[in-house]
Design a protein around this ligand. Structure first.
Ligand code: SF4
Length: 314
């Protein structure tokens, strides 16, 4: 249990409320035989949230597994919204295929909804998601959310996620074009991939692209997304040295902007799942240290450990 819930701290709370999911993505920890599909009981989540001083929670992330499959999802959302913090939902979006359920779910109270898409045709997406029909429901969900956002009845921000694994990666530029026709541009797009620990756990090695395979779809998709004015987030699983110089400068510019904001008050991160229903504190790390980023990269043998940003230095 977090002992010092002082009035002066700000809190960012991250809940994996369930290990259960209606997809069975071939790379996902939720789909591992080690998982027992356990949940944090609804009342436990609400009780934990109520322990934080009023107005001290700046954000609550609700994740899983697939959080919308938690039997108490709606009540958990009520409790989270009641804290006054921004609520961010990570979901595969399938529940939102049903228009009525989408409205009833209280989606308008979310600050951000974050949804991954793996392909422009059902076959590619469903092969990775492990469920026939997953793509159709995710796409209908995105369309429903888009319509509600147009009526100011949706979340403030839509975030889409692209995953750099086969067979999704070669289609990234097409996914960007497809989404551009399907919905209005989202506020954010996260570019992600499998992380090294996933590989060590024995998830399918052949899903990881080579540096050569990464190069074109990554840089072309980023170029197209930049023309849409979308805010891009590049996660650690994508190596900086896979970026062409124009795209690298774009992301380095983001890092510099981040440095300007460091005067903001410190926010303490607490993580919850069924093993830690009271929460454990995640100690701050130097997440934006470029040397650490390169040292932990799964492609380090490709570049010999020369940090990508140094290659730009004359
Ligand atoms: S939808 Fe998300 S939680 Fe569910 S199996 Fe896929 S990656 Fe895992």
């Amino acid at each position: 249990m977090i002992s010092n819930l002082s009035n002066t701290s700000k809190w960012s709370l991250y809940f994996n409320i369930t290990e259960g999911c209606n997809n069975a993505c071939c790379f996902c920890a939720s789909n591992s035989p080690l998982q027992t599909k356990q949940t944090i009981p609804t009342l436990k989540v609400c009780e934990s949230l109520s322990r934080y001083p009023e107005n001290s929670i700046c954000q609550i992330v609700i994740n899983g597994g697939e959080p919308t499959t938690h039997p108490g999802f709606k009540q958990i959302l009520d409790c989270a919204v009641g804290t006054g913090g921004r609520v961010i939902l990570f979901t595969n979006g399938r529940m939102y295929a049903n228009n009525e359920k989408t409205i009833e779910s209280g989606i308008h109270r979310l600050y951000r909804i974050s949804i991954p898409i793996y392909g422009v045709v059902a076959e590619d997406h469903d092969r990775l998601a492990g469920k026939i029909g997953a793509w159709s429901q995710t796409v209908w969900g995105l369309q429903n959310i888009d319509k509600l956002r147009e009526l100011n009845r949706g979340p403030v921000e839509l975030e889409l996620k692209l995953l750099a694994i086969s067979p999704s990666l070669p289609n990234w530029p097409n996914i960007v074009d497809f989404l551009g026709k399907l919905i209005k541009p989202p506020e954010r797009v996260v570019l992600s991939g499998l992380i090294l620990s996933d590989m060590l756990l024995g998830y399918q090695q052949e899903l990881r692209p080579t540096m050569k395979e990464l190069n074109y779809p990554l840089n072309e998709a980023i170029k197209r997304l930049r023309t849409l004015g979308v805010h891009l987030i590049l996660l650690w699983a994508i190596p900086w040295c896979a970026l062409d110089s124009d795209n690298l400068k774009y992301f380095l510019g983001q890092t510099n902007n981040h440095a300007v904001n460091e005067a903001q008050p410190e926010v303490r991160d607490i993580y919850f799942d069924y093993r830690f229903p009271e929460g454990i504190e995640i100690k701050p790390k130097d997440k934006d240290n470029d040397y650490i980023r390169c040292a932990q990269c799964q492609y380090i043998l490709h570049c010999g450990g020369m940090p990508a940003y140094l290659k730009l230095t004359p």
